[in-house]
Design a protein around this ligand. Structure first.
Ligand code: FRU
Length: 483
């Protein structure tokens, strides 16, 4: 049996062995992409191809920790219902023996080209990094072509996560990198045929430009056009917390500017975080056949108390965010859940005009484990308004401070922790609750908060509190179990 077959069989056995334990977890999600067993991290190879959406993912089937990653694979016709496909890539070859790390996919001559990082470590822990190509005729089975990019000069071996796109008849690749003087950077490469690649140079970061000193490593870069400008998304490591900013172990965000494909230069403005919650990292986007720019993120952060999640006892860990459509509004990226998700709504909507006066209130029919809430026409006379979910997470808007806060009970020690951002005035809030996750879209997606949280499994309560007078219109839907 080949190494590849061996790894596939071992992963399959692992799924079978733990299936009952995994499925018995009350924190298993109802409508978010999760691994069948083991650990899931970054979205990879995200593409709509011949009508079908393909989302590959970093997968460690054998434990709930990191290691020699596989590319797992889900496909969908509608961004709601997903099929778990055969494993796309196993770390079977010398150039990827310590993991088929993150990467992207592009259509070429009717075939699917997947670019990913072959991660290699020797006995002393020295790292090598190869950007590899694998080609597929059916989107399911891949033929590995091996390394197409070797480490260019000027970088350490922390060089990974190729994202490839076509522009003006040429192919471009951005790679997450660390320069030899230990600065986070995005490297740019160019190709005419997807096989031979030339290193153009540092596109952003590297201790220079508007980012200045900005951490020691950038992961998972993604450069794309949005609303007439060029957005570079990446996940920097090594930023110091700064007021309400950069509170997680690592960050994920973007800069906006102009990419000149002729000379490979990128002029850009300041960095903003994409998400103000606790759990968001390594997002990847694609342009789908409707011309939408759609993002998936990993709903966790590396090294952020990962083994303390209670799902570890059930032999699985982490999930994706919902698919989000991106728009550029006044130079800022807005994110909204894709409209297809309305298909998950089940039963009839509960509509309610909420009028609170120095009180806490529950609304008849507004509770549940898997629900969508939409709050609009919010009017807070003074003081603050709060919404508590399952007794374990709270959203608070202070009209005096103009700060939106997400609080949760830490899954490490139960102590309440918070994340915040400034929000000038609160107009609407769109919330997706899914057993142990919550995604909050504030003011049409101008601000987003994403988190895992772990309410007591039988606590389905949703409570509204106003310190003074608050009125709003509320809609609530139950959401169907998709997984
Ligand atoms: C980001 C990341 C990537 C790497 C992958 C390995 O979470 O560290 O840089 O390719 O995960 O699983």
């Amino acid at each position: 049996m080949s190494k590849d077959q061996e790894l596939r069989r071992a992963a399959f056995e692992e799924v079978e062995k733990h299936q009952d334990l995994v499925e018995a977890d009350p924190y298993r999600l109802h409508y978010h992409i999760m691994p069948p067993v083991g650990l899931l991290n970054d979205p990879n190879g995200w593409i709509q191809w011949n009508g079908t959406y393909h989302l590959f993912y970093q997968w460690m089937p054998f434990k709930t920790g990191h290691g020699a990653k596989f590319w797992g694979h889900y496909s969908s016709e509608d961004l709601v219902n997903w099929t778990h496909e055969d494993i796309a890539l196993t770390p079977s070859e010398w150039f990827e023996k310590n993991g088929c790390y993150s990467g992207s996919a592009i259509e070429h001559n009717g075939e699917l080209y997947a670019f990913y990082t072959g991660n290699v470590k020797d006995e002393e822990g020295n790292r090598e990094s190869y950007q590899c190509l694998a080609v597929s005729k059916d989107g399911i089975h891949f033929d590995k072509k091996g390394p197409v990019v070797h480490l260019p000069e000027g970088y350490t071996a922390h060089f990974r996560d190729p994202k490839v796109w076509k522009q003006n008849g040429s192919y471009f690749m951005v790679v997450g990198a660390q320069t030899e003087d230990m600065k986070g950077a995005v490297a740019l490469l160019q190709s005419e045929d997807l096989h031979e690649w030339t290193h153009v140079g540092v596109l952003a970061g590297g201790g220079e430009g508007p980012l200045g000193d900005f951490g020691y490593m950038f992961e998972c870069p993604d450069l794309f056009e949005l609303g007439g400008e060029d957005v570079l998304v990446f996940s920097p490591q090594g930023l110091e917390a700064d007021g309400m900013k950069y509170q997680n172990v690592y960050q994920a965000g973007y800069v906006v500017g102009a990419f000149d494909s002729q000379n490979g230069r990128y002029e850009h403005r300041a960095f903003y975080e994409l998400d103000h919650g606790f759990d968001f990292y390594a997002p990847q986007t694609t342009e789908d056949e409707h011309g939408r720019r759609v993002l998936f993120g990993w709903m966790s952060v590396p090294d952020q108390a990962e083994q303390d999640h209670p799902t570890v006892k059930h032999q699985w860990l982490h999930n994706m965010t919902l698919p989000r459509e991106l728009k550029l509004v006044d130079g800022r990226v807005y994110q909204t859940p894709v409209s297809e998700l309305e298909e998950m709504r089940e039963g009839s909507v509960v509509e309610h005009r909420l009028e609170l006066d120095h009180e806490t209130h529950e609304v008849e029919g507004v509770k549940g484990k898997a629900v969508e809430l939409y709050l609009e026409d919010i009017n807070i006379s003074e003081g603050w308004f709060a919404l508590e979910i399952g007794g374990a997470a709270r959203l608070v808007y202070s009209s005096e401070q103009r700060i939106f806060t997400m609080e949760r009970e830490s899954y490490v020690d139960g102590v309440v922790e918070k994340r915040q951002t400034e929000v000038d005035s609160l107009n609407d809030v769109h919330i997706f609750i899914d057993t142990s996750s919550v995604e909050v879209f504030v003011n049409g997606g101008a601000h987003v908060f994403t988190a895992r949280f772990y309410p007591a499994p039988n606590n389905e309560s949703i409570q509204f509190t106003a310190s003074d007078k608050t009125t709003l219109n509320l809609k609530k839907w139950d959401l169907r179990k998709v997984f």
